[in-house]
Design a protein around this ligand. Structure first.
Ligand SMILES: [Mg+2]
Length: 293
């Protein structure tokens, strides 16, 4: 799962300043730390992880997105010309095909924040070993409202495909088990879960897997937490990503639904691509801040 790797390679940082309203007034000094308390080490992912685990604002946002997606699903089912795949990823004749939606798994339908939180507590970064331990534990929770949303989609006769960049074959069994245990509609053979490296469409990017689904289904919605859940080529610099999604501005909140993820993703890598390779990552990220007013 390259997004987690990217996110935890000391590149994740606080995106929560935007969540506050205005600078708060000076408050009374915090009580002095007693001698038996130590200050935990600073970790770039503390605020983002805490927000995703504890903020009512995060839960409300996620529930709101599923609610909007549900309304769009109803409209899409009534409109045979509706298709949510980007240009080049669908063939003519889709109107007659059975309906489906495509969702990402991590931080789109399921919650890996305990994995992130442990890294904060242990002052650690990403490692493949740590990630596999987490995946194999099958302890990812459903995002608030995710199972209810999936259940609604299923009851409307729409197939849900999970396209995730968890790696096949190592992570297939645990991922399918985890999703099934949470109550998501998973086929008996797990065929509606497509990991990166799936023999049916082994490209790293998700477009090949979306095109595979297009062969047999009309895709009504895409849900994700990363631009690459919607468009190939999103592992690029900031300006390229902006250009890539420009033709689809009106699709957000209608055919495409982005879940918030301030904790990790390809977005910090996009910033890092703007700096020379030998630049200190933190210095690079700082250099991208807009602060003049
Ligand atoms: Mg994801």
């Amino acid at each position: 799962m390259n997004l987690l790797r990217a996110g935890l390679a000391a590149l994740t940082f606080v995106a929560l300043a935007a969540c506050t309203t205005a600078p708060s007034r000076p408050q009374a000094a915090a009580p002095a730390v007693s001698a038996d308390q130590t200050t935990p080490p600073a970790h770039d992912n503390l605020n983002a992880t805490l927000w995703m685990q504890s903020a009512a604002e995060y839960k409300a946002t996620v529930r709101g997105i599923y609610a909007a997606a549900r309304h769009s699903l109803d409209r899409a089912l009534d409109d045979p010309n509706w298709n949510a795949l980007p240009a080049g990823e669908f063939q003519t004749g889709f109107e007659a095909k059975p309906p489906a939606i495509v969702v990402d798994a991590d931080e789109t339908m399921i919650d890996n924040s305990a994995f992130q939180a442990r890294a904060v507590i242990e002052d650690a970064g990403y490692s493949r070993e740590r990630w596999l331990e987490w995946v194999n534990a099958r302890k990812a929770a459903a995002l608030p409202g995710a199972v209810e949303f999936a259940d609604y989609v299923h009851r409307r006769g729409v197939t849900i495909f999970f396209i995730t960049n968890r790696d096949a074959p190592d992570e297939v069994e645990a991922t399918v088990d985890n999703l099934r245990q949470l109550g998501f509609p998973i086929a008996a053979d797990g065929s509606n879960v497509l990991l990166r490296g799936d023999a049916r469409a082994p490209d790293r990017d998700k477009g090949a897997r979306r095109r595979l689904i297009d062969r047999s289904y009309r895709v009504l919605l895409l849900l994700g937490d990363n631009l690459s859940d919607f468009l190939d080529g999103a592992n690029a610099d900031v300006a390229t990503r902006e250009r890539l999604m420009a033709p689809y501005e009106k699709w957000w909140g209608e055919r495409w639904f982005m879940l918030p993820n301030p904790s990790y993703g390809s977005w910090p890598n996009a910033v890092l691509r703007g700096c020379a390779k030998d630049t200190n990552p933190r210095a690079c990220l700082h250099s991208a801040l807009h602060y003049k007013y």
